[in-house]
Write a protein that binds this ligand. Structure first.
Ligand code: GLC
Length: 715
């Protein structure tokens, strides 16, 4: 539909029909917020809703789209949106887990597969990727994004947009991506979801905006503002960021879709008296579509008559929505990618990818005496704990159209992989409730075993939206159960499922090995079995810092220096009750190999502004198993006009190494990547010395370091 056709359609529309295109409703059967969906069908028939969320599947989509294109007056097709965050029917690892693979190609591939399945079920737009940098694991939504680092977020977000959107949105196997939640949502006060955020312009520009810039540069079709305020201005009414930065500075030309009920919540934020004022604030700030609050439908006519908005402003948003429908090809084919069988037939095809993604998302945190991989001879194995046979929890939060019956549990996966072993299972304890009959059966099973697999952690609903925790402990009575199991003195491997790091130092001291498995999705059990048996080697690396205690939070590697750095000295930036160092650094993760780093080379040592710096390092696998190593490249400017973070991540590289193999890994660092906002917040490369640091994690004691000098900087 060309611009003139959109203008022609606009000219036919009544005010109610124009506002209808800006109104997104949740279908009655599934809501993801506090307001329950009403009569969406009637609204569609009367042209009062231009898009719906949470509708998918051949019959539902066909029925509601037919109401739109056959029964409404102007027959404008609907956009159907859904939270396809880490899979649709095939559930991939939660984003925090998948980030551990440090592989943009994998991140793109799983988004591509998810889009194919969602489009087959009639979905045209996903509310993903979520790119909220988070350094506070109390915040439940830390599970939905790729961790603590903006560089990783930028690569993850661009990969997801490419995967979801493919080469063009008129390809019926794609979905429009909605990058969210713009911006700063992960900095919620006290780690409490929906709480206020407050930060400097510098932190905003250095940490929270770059991931959105990358997603926009990758062409994402939509943006969703955060529920939260940013330093007192709710994002849903934040004109400077939604219009000045987003559309003018970042060049975004797509559609801004509010979060669920967020427009009406401007009243609760205390910046609007009534729905009309809330609607006017949001529309004028740059929010095109009102998800589910009814503020646009009920408030905009009043706002128009009170002169709070103009018809032209309304029509600007309507035009953006119609242009997105046109880009999606909905005017030509309203059923778009819908298949008679929906997404279900694609599940089998995508299982191998789900298994590979799950394998590469698990992080081997500890492996004392190389207890893993498990021995090849038949063993009596006791699997105990509430996450050992938990198909629903394996899917994690925001599991899309995933069905628990499609999940391969840890127990099933291990039994299939090792039929020669006698593998018993007993829960012993619930996730946060006691087990009927108590732990005795599980303890008996463990006591008689050659090997114990202790599958513990969080339930899937203990992270995600509205699921912040004050502590980072094992929920319920699991700690006591785990201590009792470990006290038996049997070789014990802990499989820790969670939506956040759990601060349980005592567990790592006593267990022989610990695998962080996050929530690995539909193929969790097969992936775990591949890793435990050595059919595949662990390669995941932590995408966020793992604290010793919740008292250390926020804790992240990119903090700025103190004038009194932590040391043994009394008057230094330390705690008196714990070390300031984390339990595990960002990037930590063991393989079954033993990789040594040596001979860092950085050329040229005096690069010019337009140069690229070549960084190479030698790796040697001194172990007896193959290893896939992830090498991290950090920089630090030790002296600058503005104090720079202790480390900034600027690259990473994955290398496979056979036993005994040594090889050089090479990373390229453009000098332009060293730019940062100066005292006046304009970004430029500052001349001077820069440390180039390379190693297996953000643990500074393990980094090789060289200094380069940049003579002349510049924008
Ligand atoms: C929820 C979430 C958002 C999601 C939307 C639609 O409240 O904040 O991430 O996309 O509503 O489900």
């Amino acid at each position: 539909m060309s611009g003139s056709r959109i203008d022609a359609l606009l000219s036919e529309m009544t005010l109610a029909e124009k506002i209808g295109q800006l109104n997104m409703l949740a279908a009655g059967f599934s809501v993801t917020g506090p307001i329950i969906g009403g009569d969406a069908t009637g609204a569609v028939r009367e042209g009062r809703a231009g898009s719906l969320l949470n509708v998918f599947g051949p019959s539902s989509v066909r029925d509601i789209q037919r109401v739109a294109i056959e029964e409404s007056r102007l027959k404008i097709p609907l956009i159907l949106g859904f939270d396809v965050v880490h899979g649709h029917r095939t559930v991939f690892p939660v984003p925090l887990g998948e980030a551990a693979a440090f592989d943009p190609a994998l991140w793109e591939a799983t988004a591509r597969a998810s889009a194919r399945e969602a489009a087959a079920d009639g979905v045209a737009l996903t509310f993903a990727p979520m790119l909220d940098v988070s350094r506070d694991p109390r915040w439940g939504r830390v599970v939905e994004g790729p961790g603590e680092d903006p560089f990783v977020h930028a690569l993850f977000g661009a990969a997801k947009v490419r995967g979801f959107q493919g080469d063009a949105l008129d390809d019926p196997s794609t979905v429009a991506a909605t990058v969210k939640h713009f911006v700063g949502y992960g900095a919620a006060a006290a780690g409490r979801d929906y709480a206020s955020t407050d930060m400097s312009e510098r932190t905003l520009r250095e940490t929270y905006l770059p991931p959105f810039q990358a997603a926009i540069a990758a062409g994402c079709a939509a943006v969703m503002p955060a529920f939260s305020d940013l330093s007192g201005v709710p994002m849903t009414a934040n004109g400077p960021l939604l219009t000045s930065w987003l559309r003018r500075e970042a060049g975004f030309e797509g559609v801004v879709i509010s979060d669920y009920n967020a427009v009406a919540e401007l009243v609760a934020h205390g910046v609007a008296t009534d729905l009309a004022e809330a609607a006017a604030l949001a529309l004028r700030a740059g929010v095109d579509v009102d998800m589910m609050s009814g503020a646009y439908e009920r408030g905009l006519p009043d706002a128009l008559s009170r002169g709070l908005v103009t018809l032209a402003e309304i029509e600007t948003s309507v035009r953006r929505v119609l242009q997105l429908k046109e880009r999606l090809g909905l005017f030509d084919d309203p059923m778009r990618g819908l298949r008679d069988q929906g997404a279900a037939p694609l599940l089998a095809e995508h299982r191998p990818l789900a298994r590979e993604a799950a394998r590469r998302s698990a992080v081997l945190l500890s492996n004392r005496n190389d207890i893993l991989p498990i021995a090849a001879n038949p063993l009596r194995i006791a699997m105990v704990g509430p996450l050992g046979d938990a198909p629903t929890d394996m899917m994690g939060s925001w599991s899309g159209a995933g069905e628990a019956r499609d999940s391969v549990t840890f127990l099933r996966g291990l039994r299939e992989a090792r039929p020669d072993c006698d593998i018993g299972y007993a829960r012993g304890v619930g996730v946060d409730e006691a087990e009927e009959g108590g732990p005795d059966a599980a303890l008996e099973l463990a006591r008689a075993a050659d090997l114990v697999i202790l599958a513990i952690g969080e339930a899937r609903d203990m992270s995600g939206e509205a699921a912040s925790r004050t502590g980072l402990d094992l929920p319920g009575d699991q700690a006591n159960f785990a201590r009792a199991v470990l006290a038996l003195g049997r070789p014990t491997v802990v499989v820790l499922s969670s939506g956040r790091p759990l601060a349980v130092p005592w567990l790592f001291e006593r267990a022989d090995a610990v695998l962080a498995t996050w929530f690995l999705g539909s193929e969790a059990g097969h992936a775990l079995a591949d890793l435990l048996t050595g059919r595949a080697a662990p390669s995941g690396r932590l995408p966020l810092t793992w604290p010793r205690s919740v008292g250390q939070v926020p804790i992240f590697f990119g903090e700025r220096p103190s004038g009194r750095p932590a040391s043994d000295g009394h008057y230094t930036s330390k705690y008196i009750d714990l070390p300031t160092t984390p339990l595990f650094a960002f990037g930590h993760g063991l393989t079954y190999g033993h990789v040594r780093y040596a001979s860092l080379s950085v050329e040229p040592s005096r690069p010019r502004r337009d140069d690229a710096i070549s960084v190479s390092v030698e790796l040697a696998n001194e172990g007896v198993h193959a290893a896939e190593e992830t090498v991290f490249l950090f920089v630090r400017k030790p002296v600058s006009r503005v104090a720079r973070p202790l480390l900034e991540l600027k690259g990473f590289l994955r290398m496979g190494l056979e036993p005994g193999e040594r090889a050089r890994g090479v990373l390229t660092l453009p000098v332009s990547a060293l730019a940062f906002p100066g005292p006046d917040l304009t970004s430029s490369v500052e001349p001077g010395d820069y440390e180039i640091l390379v190693g297996p994690s953000a643990d500074r004691t393990r980094l090789l370091r060289q200094v380069v000098h940049i003579e002349e900087g510049g924008a």
